[in-house]
Design a protein. Sequence first.
Length: 101
Amino acid sequence: MSRYRRATVPGASYFFTVVSFRRRPVLTDERVRAALRAAILITRKTHPFAIDAWVLLPDHLHCIWTLPEGDADFGVRWNLIKRLTSSALPPDLVPSQRSSS
């Protein structure tokens, strides 16, 4: 298993790049964008964060978040967003194979 070196500074701003499974251009599909938007709203209710910037491209996204003071757990937020987005998608948009990471 990979051992990533990640910064964990409470209340800091973080830059992320997230790529779709096998770089499929699914982010052009309105159903995916709607599911992603809903997942972000739900996640922010229980695990708040500020969105400083967001760029959505066909097969990946870039964003900058600022976490609340005393909080450095961006991983739980991404876990929720990814899980909620995937679970809201119709079967034709859910990959048949899951990545191992």
